[in-house]
Design a protein around this ligand. Structure first.
Ligand SMILES: [Zn+2]
Length: 66
């Protein structure tokens, strides 16, 4: 799993803070797809869709931000 970081405004903190979202690592996805003979590609696509829905989380207060 990879981590995506961005600086966003947090209402709870009242300032710009670091927001982190967990994403799927591309290298791992390719490797697992090859190892499973393409089967993993479906799981990967599914995980990617879930990842898009998953919100960024404030690293100071833990509040989720979409
Ligand atoms: Zn915050």
């Amino acid at each position: 799993m990879g981590i995506k970081q961005t600086s966003r405004y947090c209402k709870q903190c009242g300032k710009r803070t670091l927001h982190v979202k967990h994403t799927f690592d591309f290298a791992w996805g390719c490797l697992l797809t090859i190892l499973t003979g393409g089967l993993f590609l479906f799981i990967w696509l599914l995980a990617d869709v879930v990842g898009l829905i998953r919100p960024y989380r404030c690293q100071i207060c833990g509040k989720a931000k979409f």
